[in-house]
Design a binder for this molecule. Sequence first.
Ligand code: ADP
Length: 502
Amino acid sequence: MLLTTDAPQASPDVQSFVGKDHKLLIAGEWVAAESGKTFAVTNPANGQPLATVSEGDAADVNRAVAAARQAFESGPWHAMTPSERGKLLWKLADLLETHVEEFAEIESLDNGKPRAVAAAADIPLAVDLFRYMAGWATKIEGTTIPISVPYMPGAEFHSYTLREPIGVVGQIIPWNFPLLMAAWKLGPALATGCTVVLKVAEETPLSALRLGQLIQEAGFPAGVVNIVTGFGETAGAALAAHPDVDKIAFTGSTEVGKLIVKAAGNTNLKKITLELGGKSPNIILPDADLPAAIVGASNAIFFNHGQCCCAGSRLFVHRSQFEEVVDGVAEQASQIKLGPGMHPDAGMGPMVSQIQQERVCNYLESGFREGARAVIGGNRSDTDGYFVEPTVLVDTKPEMQVVSEEIFGPVVAAVAFDDPEELIPAANNSIYGLAAAVWTQDVSKAHRLAKQLRAGSVWINCYNVFDAALPFGGYKQSGWGREMGHEAIDLYTETKAVTLQL
Ligand code: ADP
């Protein structure tokens, strides 16, 4: 069902921000791209132009990297104590918290997600992430290590390690959670004392640009955070290949992740962390609390319109309950109201872009050609917005693209299993390993499966539970390294071993 009534207008503040001539943040100044070029950002709910943004490219990336290098090596950021860095991060969190509604509207207009979801999830998670990372700034410690040095008998030493910021970090983020992805990236970089060039997704640059204003208001010194808007093939590629960038932290497609690795290998072997695609198995065992599992399975795939790298896109259900679960998830889907994210009743907004809508629909058509059947959904909506109906597919085979490839849309493939012995190999049969879930009331079974599943996150009787303290990232081609938790801190530092002969 598509909501056809008009969505409310954004608040005057948001309208005025969105209507600005958006520039790049470099060395503490808002500047136009050197080329003078701009590009239009589209409102995915109606296909109309939403904003005009500077089109940064290699020349602007060079300027931004130089600013980040200078801020890293000298000046107030370089001299700042960990406690002062923590305070700035906390202040940023406080500022963001006073603008939740405003950011939710920006996110809804730019990305298409329901405003209420952004206000309840995206923005508070970003606030919490900055606070969590603020706490880490003063807790980045080395160790003292007793050493033996067998070829220097009798000599005595004092050895210890220092954990030092990795340096200038290029961060390239996607469009599915624009503000939250910026927070996941900026938080640990700033807590550790790195400086940043942030390349936001071309589809959704606005919330990061507004965050840039708050970063200035919080008092971060010039050049610590630089924000470049522009395209992946130009600005993103230039950042990945830049010889003076010490690390790239990337979230996006596995395909582009491989390009980033290549670019680093061809230049300065910069460090890399990658958070990539997924095709996550969501397993309902016969002894599960079925009503809860059905709601959970629906949320697992339909949250954020399925535009989540950890979406529960392969639903495994025992054959004895297959029909009941499929009907239940379809019933949940039927209750989701599609509409502009700004509409108060919208449970699901449009896909982020026409390209993404096409991509999802092409997958659906390939599935139908190969014999898959939609129990519900399966179509795009006939409007100017980029809507796709929530869809439950059955009659699939493991080799179909809709089962093996990441669709990144509201499409779940439900698969029946008979033999529990075959379940784990089937669930692990993916090039990805980002997330998985198990629904069961048997605690031992739950933990056994959690151990056997090859995935960076395993949820038991829940799905999509995120916390700033929990590491998130993937096995296999879902990525390298982890976001959040202390693991993220480790990945923004180098370890230096210092040895003194007494
Ligand atoms: P999607 O296909 O879902 O848009 P991408 O992986 O293409 O995901 O995009 C994620 C981020 O990577 C975006 O900020 C995009 O601009 C950037 N990007 C795309 N191509 C490249 C590239 N060749 N090099 C560096 N960054 C890129």
